[in-house]
Design a protein around this ligand. Structure first.
Ligand SMILES: [Mg+2]
Length: 229
């Protein structure tokens, strides 16, 4: 691979912690609603249906929790719980950035030899805040905050920036959003799993994992890239 290679990075759960805060918020919600049976599944089904209206991110998640709460009281409201859910959301939006291990030095090193871009999906304002707070902005030539990460999105980003798919490598914790669509358009996807990954980002088990480049940590990227030359 040449120095012309462009490396794309997912952000949530690839560069910094994210899913863990959704998980903690969900646990708080469940404590407030002990009467809901199989609450994780109930919340997930409502979230999944709402993606097409709200997109990804904290705002949509909180609206789904409010909907789950209201529905659980047969369309009545428990106003104390409503206030608590709103507070859970505001706390999430104020959550300080926690970079994952070795992110900073890996990006520092890679940015000396490659062009790095960040491609992340979610609430525009919240993703912008996290990018700014992360202190990682200086390593990236381009930041793209998109509403969905599918083949079309990647093609548009690459075309707009005159990047050929064969020179493009995407690194992320989601097979569904970071690896599969990039591979389908002729690029390379590098999968770095995170211990917590949202159910919606999972792919079905018939998917051929053998063809996926999987690394344990982000710091392994340096060595792997060298082995590809
Ligand atoms: Mg991610």
């Amino acid at each position: 691979m040449s120095n012309k290679q462009i490396i794309g990075f997912d952000a949530d759960d690839t560069l910094w912690e994210n899913e863990v805060f959704f998980h903690q918020a969900q646990l708080k919600f469940i404590e407030l609603h002990p009467h809901i049976k199989d609450p994780e599944e109930v919340i997930f089904q409502i979230e999944k249906k709402n993606i097409e209206f709200y997109g990804y991110g904290i705002k949509g998640f909180i609206l789904s929790l409010l909907e789950t709460s209201v529905r659980s009281y047969n369309n009545q409201s428990d106003f104390q719980n409503i206030a608590k859910i709103i507070k859970i959301g505001k706390d999430m939006l104020a959550q300080p950035i926690q970079l994952l291990p070795d992110v900073k030095n890996t990006l520092h090193h890679l940015s000396e030899h490659h062009t790095l871009i960040m491609i992340t999906k979610g609430d525009l304002l919240d993703q912008q805040r996290k990018v700014k707070e992360s202190g990682l902005l200086k390593y990236f030539s381009l930041i793209e905050i998109v509403s969905e990460k599918d083949e079309q999105t990647y093609l548009e980003i690459l075309e707009k920036n005159n990047i050929s798919p064969k020179d493009f490598l995407m690194v992320g914790n989601s097979l569904k959003s970071d690896v599969l669509p990039v591979r389908k358009i002729g690029g390379t996807g590098v999968y770095i799993p995170h211990k917590l990954t949202w159910k919606h980002e999972e792919v079905d088990s018939t998917f051929d994992l053998e063809r996926v480049v999987e690394l344990k940590t982000i710091s392994a990227l340096k060595v792997w890239l060298k082995s590809q030359i």
